[in-house]
Design a binder for this molecule. Structure first.
Ligand code: AMP
Length: 213
C-alpha cells in the first residue's frame, strides 16, 4: 500500500497515518517527524532544517526530496509500502515524487486530502501537545492525556512544539495556502484525490478505510 496524506498543519495527518500504519502495516513516513529526529540528533541536516522549522517555513525542496527519497527506498524494502505524511508539500516535491515512483516502478494507491477550516487549525494547534519519546499526539481540548504532562502510551514527557506558537501557526497556514494547496490541485487534475472533512478522528479514519477496502 502506498498512500499520501495532505492537508493543513494540525488537520490530523500524523494521527491518521499512525492509525493506518497500525491497521495495514505500511510504514508512516512523516517528513516533519524525520526532520525533528534529525534535529534531536544534531545532525547537519537537523541543524539546517531547524532554522526553517522554527519560523514555520519550508525546508528547501532539494534537501527534503533527497531525504524522503532515502526513506521511501528503505520503506519499500520492508515490503508493506508506506504512508507519506507531510510530503510532498510543494509542486516541485510532487513532481520529484512522480519521477521517483516512475524510476522505482511504483504506483500511488491514493492521495487523501484532509480538510478543515483555518479557525479550527488555529484552535487545534494552540492546544496540541506531543510526546517527546514516542511522538504520540494529544490535544488539551479533546484528547487530553490521562495524567497531565505524561504520555499514556510510553510515559514520556509531553511538550508543546515550538512551531505551535500563535505567530508560527499563522505563518504555517499562509505557507499551506500558498504552496501546498497547489499540490492538492496537481493531484486533483489527475483525479487521484479522496477529499475528507477531518472533523473527528474516528469518523475520518472510518471514511479513509472504507475508501481503501
Ligand atoms: P509538520 O510536522 O509536518 O508540521 O512539519 C514541521 C516542519 O517541518 C514544517 O513547518 C517545515 O519546516 C518542515 N517540513 C516538514 N515537511 C516538509 C516538506 N515536505 N517540505 C519542506 N519542509 C517540511
Amino acid at each position: 500500500m502506498r498512500l499520501l496524506l495532505v492537508g493543513p498543519p494540525g488537520v490530523g495527518k500524523g494521527t491518521q497515518a499512525a492509525l493506518l500504519e497500525q491497521k495495514f502495516g505500511a510504514r508512516q513516513l512523516s517528513s516533519g517527524n524525520i526532520f525533528r529526529e534529525e534535529l534531536a540528533a544534531e545532525s547537519d541536516l537537523g541543524k539546517l532544517a531547524k532554522t526553517y522549522m522554527e519560523k514555520g517555513e519550508l525546508v528547501p525542496d532539494e534537501v527534503t526530496i533527497d531525504m524522503m527519497g532515502k526513506h521511501i527506498a528503505a520503506a519499500e524494502e520492508s515490503g508493506k509500502g508506506f504512508i507519506l505524511d507531510g510530503f510532498p508539500r510543494t509542486v516541485n516535491q510532487a513532481i520529484a515524487l512522480d519521477k521517483l515512483f516512475e524510476k522505482m516502478n511504483l504506483t500511488l494507491d491514493k492521495v487523501i486530502s484532509l480538510e478543515v477550516d483555518d479557525e479550527e487549525v488555529v484552535q487545534r494547534l494552540s492546544s496540541r501537545i506531543c510526546c517527546s519519546k514516542c511522538g504520540e499526539i494529544y490535544n488539551k481540548r479533546n484528547k487530553p492525556p490521562k495524567v497531565e504532562g505524561v504520555c499514556d502510551k510510553c510515559g514520556g514527557e509531553l511538550f508543546v512544539r515550538k512551531d505551535d506558537q500563535p505567530e508560527t501557526i499563522r505563518e504555517r497556514l499562509r505557507v499551506f495556502h500558498e504552496t501546498t494547496q497547489p499540490v492538492i490541485d496537481y493531484y486533483d487534475k489527475a483525479g487521484r484525490v479522496l477529499h475528507v472533512e477531518a472533523l473527528n478522528i474516528e469518523a475520518t479514519n472510518a471514511e479513509i478505510i472504507a475508501s481503501l477496502e
